[in-house]
Design a protein. Structure first.
Length: 263
């Protein structure tokens, strides 16, 4: 096994990070300083040290996390709670998030120490589908739905979005759906705005542009006030997980994702 791959799947860091560690002289193999990331090692018999500490080969791990709104997708933050703050009983050294969700977005987030898995899942050319459930202020008419399905321009200078899938679930007024929306402090909407049109549904995209779902819906006149990612590829969020809870992916779930990446 390559040295950089061994370190990456042993929770030392992403592949690109461990390459830097090796080149900077932080790694030893059987007592000798090694600066070549591609050197082959025997993970079962060689003694690998990082910063003079023996690295234990733990293999690959994959977590499904039900991210709550209000925390940021980062390892540390001086102001906000991070997704890693919910993993108090797990050694998260070398574990990283796969992609990210906005602070106010809930739902499915994956964390792993498998750098190759993360790279392929986020690789634009793979076009892995991600589905989001949304509530928005506004209405979606047939022309709007057609634009979303065919792809649209969300900002000057950007290329058209890839075709998306859209399924409208509810449409009506805020007064009709305010209890179902279950959104606190909805931008101070009061009784004067109870007739404000609202719409909910599922939007599936196969890209990862910044704030893409919000920007796509804004381009057709809808302002997102609630967003939750419910699936990545064939992997669906386990709804038995409360917000802030996590669990290890089972083998079938891992293979469903890996199988999708091989297509």
């Amino acid at each position: 096994m390559r040295l950089d791959k061994f370190l990456a799947i042993s929770s030392i860091g992403r592949r690109k990070d461990v390459r830097s560690y090796i080149k900077e002289g932080m790694v030893k193999v059987n007592g000798s300083l090694i600066t070549e990331p591609a050197i082959e090692i025997d993970e079962n018999s060689d003694v690998i040290e990082y910063l003079n500490k023996v690295v234990t080969y733990i293999g690959k791990v994959y977590y499904m996390f039900n991210k709550p709104a209000g925390c940021v997708t980062a390892r540390r933050d001086d102001v906000n709670k991070t997704v890693f703050d919910y993993f108090n009983d797990v050694n998260m050294e070398g574990i990283f998030h796969v992609g990210r969700l906005d602070k106010d977005t809930e739902g499915l987030l994956l964390l792993t120490n498998d750098g190759e898995f993360e790279h392929k899942l986020m690789y634009p050319e793979k076009h892995v589908e991600k589905t989001y459930y949304f509530w928005a202020l506004g209405s979606l008419h047939e022309d709007d739905i057609k634009k979303l399905k065919e792809g649209l321009y969300i900002q000057k200078g950007e290329i058209r979005t890839r075709p998306a899938k859209i399924q409208v679930q509810n449409c009506g007024t805020y007064k009709e759906y305010k209890h179902e929306m279950n959104i606190n402090n909805l931008y101070n909407i009061d009784s004067n705005y109870y007739n404000q049109p609202v719409v909910s549904g599922y939007l599936t995209i196969s890209e990862g542009r910044k704030h893409q779902v919000k920007r796509m819906l804004k381009a057709v006149g809808c302002y997102v006030v609630y967003l939750k990612r419910v699936s990545i590829g064939e992997l669906k969020l386990d709804e038995s997980l409360d917000k802030g809870q996590y669990r290890v992916l089972n083998e079938d779930e891992i293979q469903s994702l890996i199988g999708n990446l091989k297509k």
